[in-house]
Design a binder for this molecule. Sequence first.
Ligand SMILES: NC(=O)c1ccc[n+]([C@@H]2O[C@H](COP(=O)([O-])OP(=O)(O)OC[C@H]3O[C@@H](n4cnc5c(N)ncnc54)[C@H](OP(=O)(O)O)[C@@H]3O)[C@@H](O)[C@H]2O)c1
Length: 352
Amino acid sequence: MNYKYLGDTGVLVSEICLGTMTFGGEGYWQAIGQLQQDSVNEIVKMAVDEGINFVDTANVYSFGQSETLLGRAIKDLGLSRDDLVIATKVRGRMGEGKNQVGLGRLQIMQQLESSLKRLQVDHIDLYQIHGFDAATPLEETMRGLEDVVRSGKVRYIGCSNLAAWQVMKANGIADKYGWSKFVSTQNYYSIAGRDLENEIVPMTQDQHMAILPWSPLAGGFLSGKYTRNNKPTDGSRRLNFDFPPVNQERAYDIIDVMERIGADHGVSVARIALAWVLSKPPVTSVIIGAKTTEQLLDNLKATDLSLTTEQLEQLDEVSMTPKPYPQWMIERQSRDRLASASFTPTQSSMIK
Ligand SMILES: NC(=O)c1ccc[n+]([C@@H]2O[C@H](COP(=O)([O-])OP(=O)(O)OC[C@H]3O[C@@H](n4cnc5c(N)ncnc54)[C@H](OP(=O)(O)O)[C@@H]3O)[C@@H](O)[C@H]2O)c1
């Protein structure tokens, strides 16, 4: 297992982060996973034994059950709290009440206390906002987050599912007042969903923020179980739950190439899909999901898989989508600024 710094911080996290959305099974989350304590303990033990030190959950996963099951697993397994980097999130609806949702100061304070209780810990290492809250001023959210950091109950803050301009605005507000800034952004990124490369990746490189991709197998669609001619019959979650959205025709073309490369290495398609995400330098830690220890082990082995330059090029090519505007224009205009230092401006390139 390799470890990388979490953005600009001095914290090392494993390049695979254990996702816990399959823990619990309450309400909406039933379709994703229903792992109860014994299975959760097995998954967490295997993850830690294999070198994972980074775990991601959210208050809203199974309405708190995921946090509760994770907290209990840490206790049951006798894991050292200090050896783990625990990430959780706030924003999703946690009850019928008018204010039991969002990123107002009230909700941040209440939800943090509830997460700490469920996880049985006295601090959260990475507290992430789970999305944008269009109803709460960003100043209020960032001040609320600064206060929970100052209280000692949160070490670092991160964000998830925000547009690049929203992250920059939030961090700009924090900068102005000397408050804590987001050190990481958690976003959907897979070989069948590369939108992140357009705005978020350049932003994180400029801002030295960590990228934590979620659903690297597109919720199982890229695991090898789904092909043009075959679908699983085992209750796999994507059969009834189309999330994250995937352009299936395009994805099947990618799966065809992954199958060929997988056969060359004698490994699963899932491992190829994960190895591709892991090969991308801006990625800090890939958040994986697993319903069984077999799936987890398969996925963890992606860290030992070296794809050749040629294989990576084949995968890049089949999964590439046209760059949207203004990205293609930015690249075009940057050519005469970022090319070799010996570049000599011509009359036409100097015309503004
Ligand atoms: N911030 C956010 O908004 C957000 C959103 C989504 C997820 N996340 C985080 O990201 C984590 C991972 O998301 P995800 O669960 O969607 O990840 P994923 O890796 O895309 O999908 C995981 C699912 O794929 C199937 N699978 C996994 N490994 C497999 C293997 N080796 N062979 C065959 N099937 C396999 C399993 O489902 P089946 O067996 O049912 O097919 C498993 O539950 C979550 O736990 C959560 O922490 C965050």
